[in-house]
Design a protein. Structure first.
Length: 239
């Protein structure tokens, strides 16, 4: 009878105490085979059947509840150990743009900006043939000229000056150069870096020597020629 009751449930759901009781009964049966034959077993075990059944059911229920609680606790632990980190798309986009511009080393300038970078942009646009007032304010007129320049150079015409626009807007100036491009250089050296230099649009020896000092300051080749790297250092470190 005990065997039948114990076998009502799968073995993996039986508690250790149930399995131990079954093994104890088997050992007793092997030691005293004559005492567990026929009607004697039924007579001895009949009063105990309800008690044994109750123990089996109670033990199984406790095992199931304990297993469920353990599983729930483990699941909660895994959830707490693996926090979910979410980033908004706008934050990710801003971070990506910041890393990209930091890698290229060119500042991003758009409508609403003010200062020496805007002056440099306006002088360079003037050197490219655009009639623009140099006032250091990036307003609607400056944005429109930037967009027109970008269309001509087959760039994204959004009116924002970033790496690609900078690289096509600048022009190489050196000893003997004249015009608005030289004024852009001189204005930046005088008012952003406080070198004593005239803003006259003439690239003479004084301007060349000042450029060489600037290049040495920022660990550039001291050739006195303002090309890609020198322009980038000028607009990146302007303050």
């Amino acid at each position: 009878m005990v065997r039948e009751l114990a076998c009502l449930l799968p073995r993996h759901l039986q508690l250790p105490s149930q399995r131990g009781a079954f093994l104890t009964f088997q050992n007793m049966k092997l030691r005293h085979p004559h005492a567990f034959r026929g009607d004697r077993v039924k007579t001895i075990l009949r009063p105990a059947i309800p008690v044994l059944a109750g123990l089996l059911i109670a033990g199984t229920a406790a095992g199931l509840l304990g297993g469920s609680a353990s599983a729930a606790t483990a699941a909660a632990g895994r959830s707490a150990a693996a926090p979910v980190v979410t980033h908004s798309r706008s934050t990710a986009d801003r971070s990506h743009r910041a890393r990209r511009h930091a890698r290229h080393g060119w500042p991003l300038v758009r409508q609403g900006a003010r200062g020496e970078r805007v002056v440099t942009i306006q002088y360079l646009l003037s050197a490219r043939g655009y009639r623009i007032r140099v006032d250091g304010v990036f307003g609607p007129v400056t944005k429109a000229d930037v967009r027109n320049f970008q269309k001509v150079r087959h760039l994204a015409a959004d009116g924002v000056v970033r790496q690609r626009t900078w690289s096509r807007l600048i022009l190489v100036v050196r000893l003997g150069s004249r015009g608005a491009g030289v004024r852009a250089l001189q204005h930046s050296l005088r008012y952003a870096y406080h070198y004593k230099i005239a803003v006259d649009g003439i690239f003479g020896r004084v301007t060349r020597d000042t450029v060489r000092r600037f290049q040495a300051r920022y660990h550039l080749v001291r050739d006195g020629i303002v090309g890609y790297r020198t322009w980038r250092a000028l607009v990146r470190h302007e303050r």
